[in-house]
Ligand binder design. Structure first.
Ligand SMILES: [Zn+2]
Ligand SMILES: [Zn+2]
Length: 159
């Protein structure tokens, strides 16, 4: 709950006051790791059915503009959102079969990219690493019988 309080304060400092409904949306967004807009809509409506879809989308834009929310575009499916405020830097690993997303931190990687950037005379501002694969469970499922996400074939994964 502490992150929520800090985010609300941060928004207040920017002159944005949260209505009861917007506050609920922010609270639910903070409580999830990675979520799609529609997942958040369903989640909020399970608690308060009168919340309009537009309200949820507006809050996502608000949080994004405030710099507390990150949008992740993965290979397939809709974008995922993550309230990164107050979280340590991490990268993502996604299972292309079931859509599971795992967070990881790799200090060697972080050091290496600093070196690469320096070699080119750059200053590193940000980066994203997205790894795609099959999770342990999905490696043992017959691909012909598995439910595949749209626009994705297993052949592309192996390649
Ligand atoms: Zn999987
Ligand atoms: Zn994450």
């Amino acid at each position: 709950m502490k992150r929520f309080v800090l985010i609300e304060q941060l928004l207040k400092d920017k002159g944005i006051r949260l209505t009861t409904q917007r506050r609920l949306v922010v609270r639910r967004a903070v409580s999830h790791l990675h979520f799609t807009a529609e997942e958040l809509v369903a989640d909020v409506r399970a608690i308060e059915p009168s919340v309009a879809r537009g309200t949820v989308y507006r809050v996502l834009i608000l949080l994004h503009e405030a710099g507390v929310l990150e949008k992740h575009d993965f290979w397939h499916g809709p974008p995922y959102y993550e309230v990164t405020f107050g979280k340590a830097h991490h990268d993502h690993l996604m299972c292309v079969q079931c859509g599971e997303i795992i967070e990881f931190q790799e200090p060697r990687w972080e050091r290496l990219q600093e070196e690469v950037v320096k070699q080119h005379g750059y200053q590193l501002l940000s980066h994203t690493h997205k790894l795609y694969g099959l999770c342990e469970r999905c490696q043992h499922v017959d691909p012909k019988r598995a439910s595949k996400p749209p626009h994705l074939h297993v052949e592309e994964v192996v390649a």
